[in-house]
Design a protein around this ligand. Structure first.
Ligand SMILES: [Zn+2]
Length: 487
């Protein structure tokens, strides 16, 4: 056995799905070779290189933030540097980013066999946390590439943006071919989604069952019509107008269509991303009953759980699907507490001020969609969750264990011997106020500005490296790209 490199003493370790750790007693965690080797009371410090006293703070498994968008609005290399620091600051030790060809991101089309190496190269050596990629097949050629993407790059999860074909990214209709950079023979529509599903299922049958498909569920036609209605009417403004322009039933309808297609194509692994409303979750639960052979996962974001159209700080809170009315936020919490949400993510998409807002900062329709928030994910969920009676062991499932299992991160997701030593120390009694200026992210504003958070991340370890200490990110970027095994 290798000598213990690091001993974290006196940490109240929370284990996913273990209610015995909802009120944990302090223990010690031994780390060697980047892995946890032992968890127990009063472990020996003999011959240990380094001892860190956790002083009775809570220790959560490092967060697996399964939904981010590195490089969507900025150079991917620069974004990897700054946004992975925001991850480290918030206890996110693994980031999974959605990537695609077309406008934004690398601003190029073409085959993924050419695209992915460029992306991996841009991220290499710059990330403070471990990272993996989800990819969206945009063309028939991409669909044909799915098996080789699994084999050559260890990419085992794919994505469909259901509304892109008819609505673009920001809600102004754009030419499909120009925005998506697809050929004249390609259509990004329901038939394409069906063929993606058939190809993902074939890959599951031939390469391994741990391959899944994620869907952003909104309906282009509903949104286009309601956007016109809301803009013409002119009564609503800001985030309330944006929410009304992309109504919740647009989510419910898209979820229903996606689920039927999954049933029709025999695709078992479907991840329904960022459900934002009561109607969305109700549709998702109805579909789970209707199609029991489809193994659904339901995702929520910390933004939709913490902020509503009134409390979010201005049009910086524009995101797809939109932040909603308070009643939807409360419904999300009810479903979360009932065990009907599988994981919580940030949907981190750094959009700097100069890009975010149009000439008229008050015009929500000319603003761009998306914002960062990885740095608030765990403290926000622990702080608000404790108030609402969400068990700590459940929070560890929602932020680490569940996404790690679904997305094939075999060595991640809990604090136990044999797993990567990814840990977050949290002070559950520290109240603090969010100020964008305190964030490591390159984004200058946040919709959470002024929010009171009831728990604070103090220290973060990535495979035993102390990457954040007393709230300060430190050291060199040590994050690595995670190839995932489909079997
Ligand atoms: Zn997203």
């Amino acid at each position: 056995m290798t000598a213990t490199e690091l001993l974290i003493r006196n940490a109240r370790v929370v284990r996913p799905g273990d209610p015995g750790t909802d009120h944990p007693e302090p223990v010690d965690v031994a780390v060697a070779g980047g892995l946890v080797t032992e968890v127990g009371a009063d472990l020996s410090t003999h011959g240990v290189d380094r001892v860190v006293d956790a002083q009775g703070l809570l220790a959560f498994p490092g967060v697996i933030d399964a939904h981010q968008h590195w490089g969507i609005y900025r150079d991917l290399a620069a974004d990897t540097g700054t946004e992975s620091r925001a991850c480290a600051q918030g206890g996110v030790t693994t980031s999974l980013s959605y990537l695609r060809t077309g406008r934004y991101y690398l601003d190029r089309g073409g085959a993924y066999r050419d695209f992915v190496p460029v992306a991996l190269d841009a991220m290499a050596g710059r990330s403070f946390v471990d990272h993996a990629l989800h990819l969206a097949p945009m063309t028939a050629e991409h669909i044909a590439e799915i098996p080789s993407l699994v084999r050559d790059f260890g990419i085992t999860s794919f994505k469909i943006f259901m509304f892109y074909g008819g609505h673009g990214l920001h809600g102004r209709s754009q030419d499909q071919a120009d925005f998506l950079m697809i050929g004249p023979e390609d259509r990004y529509d329901l038939a394409h989604f069906e063929f993606v599903m058939r190809a993902v299922q074939r890959a599951r049958e031939t390469l391994g069952e741990r391959i899944s498909l994620s869907l952003h569920c909104e309906t282009a036609e509903i949104m286009a019509a309601y956007t016109a209605l809301v803009e013409r009417d002119g009564t609503l403004t800001g985030l309330r107008a944006y929410s009304a322009s992309r109504p919740a039933h647009s989510e419910g309808l898209a979820i229903t269509m996606a689920s039927y297609l999954a049933h029709e194509t025999g695709l078992a692994n479907i991840n329904l991303l960022h459900l934002s409303s009561a109607k969305a979750v109700e549709a998702a639960l109805t579909m789970a009953t209707a199609f029991p052979r489809v193994d659904f996962r339901r995702e929520a974001t910390i933004g939709h759980l913490l902020a509503d159209v009134d409390t979010a700080h201005g049009n910086g809170g524009k995101v797809n699907p939109p932040l909603r009315e308070r009643a939807d936020v409360e419904a999300l919490w009810r479903h979360l507490l009932a065990g009907e949400i599988d994981w919580v993510v940030s949907d981190h998409a750094c959009c700097r001020d100069e890009q975010k807002f149009g000439a008229d900062r008050d015009d929500v329709f000319s603003a761009k969609s998306g914002f960062g928030g990885a740095e608030y994910l765990l403290p926000g969920l622990v702080g608000e969750g404790m108030k609402r009676g969400l068990a700590l062991s459940r929070i560890a499932e929602l932020t680490a264990w569940n996404p790690a299992r679904r997305y094939g991160l075999a060595r991640k997701g809990t604090i136990a011997p044999g797993y990567d030593a990814d840990l977050v120390l949290i002070d559950p009694d520290a109240r603090w106020t969010v100020h964008a200026a305190d964030s490591e992210s390159a984004q200058e504003y946040t919709p959470f500005e002024g929010f009171e958070i009831g728990a604070r991340v103090t220290d973060v370890f990535l495979r035993g490296h102390h990457i954040c200490r007393d709230g300060r990110v430190q050291g060199d970027p040590r994050g690595g790209y995670l190839r995932r095994d489909p079997a």
